[in-house]
Design a protein around this ligand. Structure first.
Ligand code: 0WD
Length: 256
């Protein structure tokens, strides 16, 4: 029996089979969790239905996390399938493409700042708040995805680095707030992986090559490696862990 047997998990953020959320869903399914999925818009609906089929789920619901009404509708609809659930995976990030190239100040605008923070950080708290009635008191777990650019100034990551720093603070404040009702909140800081979101970052290939050559393991990581740690963090095996940022990056973050 898998270590997530009997758990119900909502996966937000699958855009393709290369998505980190796909790797997480795969590991959680393998460990026995029942899964539900959301899709951002009609363009992604087929892809997400494909994921649901692959992971034996028939719960596929729309949710653009920029829209409060869609967030409310999501949990009303989910509540019709499940009277409660245990795991919320937030694998969502976005900043306007022009903000993810060149020097930080060159392409920074109030609008790109607001969008990056809204979609990449606020949405975690918005989902946690709306999910609360269905998650409270079950020993549940919330997981999000961050990146080293939250802590270090990295080329091209720019305003997304600020949004990820906000996301990491959000993890700590949510952990503090939701701990008394038994819900844990953690993040994985993943090394670079070639996904659709990564393709929006200028010179992403160069970052990936640098990790392949210099990380202690002399390679980058896979979505399955991130998925395995995500499944562990959301399981009862990690029942004492909350408010943490766990690196799954082949050790790259320890380099000076
Ligand atoms: O190297 C990487 N790929 C890393 C990614 C390293 C470290 C962290 N991350 C983070 C990302 O910042 C993000 O938070 O992991 C998370 C997942 O990213 P991913 O798996 O790399 O990217 P992708 O497969 O593109 O999934 C992100 C998805 C979106 O995809 P597109 O490509 O369509 O933007 O986030 C979803 C969307 O499906 N998304 C939204 N979902 C609902 N509402 C929204 C939205 N408004 N915006 C984006």
């Amino acid at each position: 029996m898998g270590f997530l047997h009997g758990k119900r998990a909502l996966i937000v953020g699958i855009a393709s089979q290369r998505s980190i959320a796909w790797g997480i869903a795969n590991a959680m399914h393998r460990e026995g969790a029942q899964l539900a999925f959301t899709y951002q818009n009609d363009r992604l609906k087929d892809r997400v239905e494909e994921a649901a089929n692959a992971f034996s789920s028939n719960i596929v619901l729309p949710c653009d996390v920029a829209d409060d009404a869609q967030i409310d509708d999501l949990f009303t609809a989910l509540g019709k399938h499940w009277d409660g659930f245990d795991i919320l995976v937030h694998s969502v990030g976005f900043a306007p493409r022009e903000a993810l190239q060149g020097e930080y100040l060159d392409n920074l605008t109030r609008e790109s700042f607001n969008i990056a923070h809204d979609i990449s950080s606020y949405s975690l708290a918005a989902l946690a708040k709306a999910a609360r009635p269905l998650m409270a008191g079950r020993g549940g777990s919330i997981l999000t995805l961050t990146y080293l650019g939250a802590e270090r100034a990295l080329s091209n990551y720019n305003v997304m680095g600020l949004a990820k720093a906000s996301l990491e603070a959000n993890v700590r404040y949510l952990a503090f707030n939701l701990g008394p009702e038994g819900t844990r909140v953690n993040a994985i800081s993943a090394g670079p992986i070639k996904t659709l979101a990564a393709a929006g970052i200028s010179n992403f290939r160069k970052m990936l090559d640098h990790v392949d050559e210099n990380a202690p393991l002399r390679r980058s990581v896979t979505i399955d490696e991130v998925g395995n740690v995500g499944a562990f963090l959301c399981s009862d095996l990690a029942s004492g862990v909350t408010g943490e940022i766990t690196y799954v990056d082949a050790g790259y973050n320890i380099l000076g």
